[in-house]
Design a protein around this ligand. Structure first.
Ligand code: PEP
Length: 249
């Protein structure tokens, strides 16, 4: 299974940032990476990023509405993302769960909508610092998986991103042991529910991945890629993380 390195630009990036897209496209076209690469810019840049990426990497959205169209002012639907050139969408990011009150049920509905539009869903789960300190991290993540991942999940259309909330944008990461053990736990939850269909669902780690720690994190057994926030904004840093990805069959 090829690792997937996904960049989440969040609410960052104006037209000038397309220079970074150009630099990434140039570098990846010159040296085909042994990993899958996805860039999720803000919706305003999606179509231009898809065009300028020239197929050197996939482009995705950061959220979508659960409905395909309708009277939902300000929202973007999955078919709209696909129409703009996206092949994937991040769903259930903690910034949406916390800042926009997204529940597991809503994330689940959004994933179904994304699938209907032909998009890979990168479904985010992860515990808060308090939940980890209370010893509830495994249970919290199991609950999020049970509620957010729809029954029809397969590896072609689903990836899971384990993102401990306290590590996002914080410059701190769990120990390598804790990352590996959570990834084992997620893999076991998926296997228990989806059996053979779960085997090709990639489990990414996210939370302060940067060039200096990417190699160690991506070498961990059970880590099938990374979801990268801040360090995906600069092509050079993101490329260093892509280069740290493991060569896996
Ligand atoms: C993220 O927002 O998904 C993320 C992992 O952010 P950062 O890499 O900046 O911690």
């Amino acid at each position: 299974m090829r690792q997937l390195i996904a960049g989440n630009w969040k609410m960052n990036g104006l037209a000038a940032s397309l220079d970074q897209i150009d630099a990434l496209a140039r570098a990846l076209s010159a040296k085909a990476p042994h990993t899958d690469v996805l860039v999720c810019p803000p919706a305003t840049l999606l179509q231009r990023a898809a065009m300028r990426g020239q197929g050197a990497f996939a482009v995705g959205g950061q959220d979508c509405h659960a409905m395909a169209a309708g009277a939902f002012t300000g929202d973007v639907s999955a078919p709209m993302l696909a129409d703009a050139g996206a092949t994937a969408v991040i769903l259930g990011h903690s910034e949406r769960r916390q800042g926009h009150g997204e529940t597991d049920a809503l994330v689940n509905a959004k994933v179904c909508s994304a699938w209907r539009a032909g998009l890979l869903s990168v479904i985010c789960v992860g515990e808060t610092e308090a939940e980890r300190e209370e010893g509830r991290a495994l249970d919290v993540v199991a609950g999020q998986l049970a509620g957010s991942v729809p029954d029809a999940a397969t590896g072609d259309i689903t990836a899971i991103a384990y993102e401990p909330v306290w590590a996002i944008g914080a410059g701190k990461t769990p120990s390598m042991q804790d990352i590996a053990s959570m990834h084992r736990h997620i893999r076991a939850q998926l296997a228990g529910r989806f059996g053979l269909n779960s085997e090709r669902i990639r489990i990414l780690y996210g939370g302060s991945v940067k060039p200096s720690n990417a190699r160690d994190i991506l070498a961990l057994e059970g880590v099938d890629g990374a979801l990268v926030g801040g360090a995906s904004l600069k092509a050079a840093e993101f490329l260093a993380i892509i280069e740290a990805a493991q060569r896996r069959s």
